[in-house]
Ligand binder design. Structure first.
Ligand code: ADP
Ligand code: MG
Length: 210
């Protein structure tokens, strides 16, 4: 597959919702070590709402899929992190307007717009022990690959490594920053969620399915 349309984008959100939902308890446990223990519940609820809202739209175009996801994350997750996860999608909406499909380079630009929004909104840089530590390497790997199939696999692997890399970091953003050095030894839950999101897309990509 060389182009993604609205149906594929909807399928990606549904796959993310299923994967994050399946790992809800694990994400709550990660957040219990570093924050207030709600990350799995709030992100899985928000993705479930996003998938349901998209399913209820009649013949949605690509921008409507991304906008519904942004709204669900912002409204259902709440707090700073809901705004940050929501911003990732919201920043892409204008790039999707008037389009029927996306090639790999446009998808790369869509993801990059999301990352820029996350960084502008949350002020986190790589190494601060946040979702950025999974997102940034994932996007770099995606951009460097030749086609969608290779790009999703490379992005999923990079996001997973990035999430794992947060284990050894002290946090400089979010609730975990108040733990100082005590945050070391625990994977950041938001980074783990990003890894699950990319694994979900990779797993449902036609050429990559097991
Ligand atoms: P809350 O901290 O409001 O309870 P969650 O538990 O749902 O929110 O999400 C926590 C995650 O949000 C963290 O693991 C981290 O990845 C992400 N996060 C927190 N603050 C920031 C920030 N300033 N920039 C980027 N990501 C952040
Ligand atoms: Mg939390």
């Amino acid at each position: 597959m060389t182009e993604i349309g609205a149906a594929e984008l909807s399928g990606m959100i549904a796959a993310m919702a299923a994967r994050v939902g399946a790992e809800r308890d694990q994400l709550n446990r990660l957040d219990a070590a570093l924050g207030d223990g709600d990350h799995g519940t709030s992100i899985s609820t928000a993705f479930e709402v996003a998938a349901a809202d998209i399913a209820a739209l009649e013949d949605p175009d690509m921008s409507a899929v991304w906008l519904a996801t942004a709204k669900a994350l912002m409204n259902r997750m709440g707090g700073a992190s809901g705004a940050i996860f929501g911003t990732f999608f919201l920043r892409g909406v204008s790039l999707l307007r008037e389009r029927d499909s996306l090639g790999k380079a446009e998808m790369s630009a869509l993801l990059a717009a999301g990352l820029a929004g996350v960084k502008a909104r949350g002020k986190a840089q790589a190494g601060d022990k946040t979702m950025v530590d999974a997102l940034e390497p994932a996007l770099r790997a995606f951009a460097a690959a030749d086609d969608f199939s290779a790009a999703w696999s490379a992005a999923a692997a990079a996001a997973s490594n990035g999430a794992e890399s947060t284990r050894d970091l002290a946090a400089r953003q979010g609730r975990a920053k108040y733990l100082g050095e005590r945050a070391i030894g625990h994977i950041d839950p938001g980074a783990m969620t990003v890894a699950l999101m990319f694994e979900a897309i990779d797993g449902c990509w036609p050429e990559n399915r097991e």
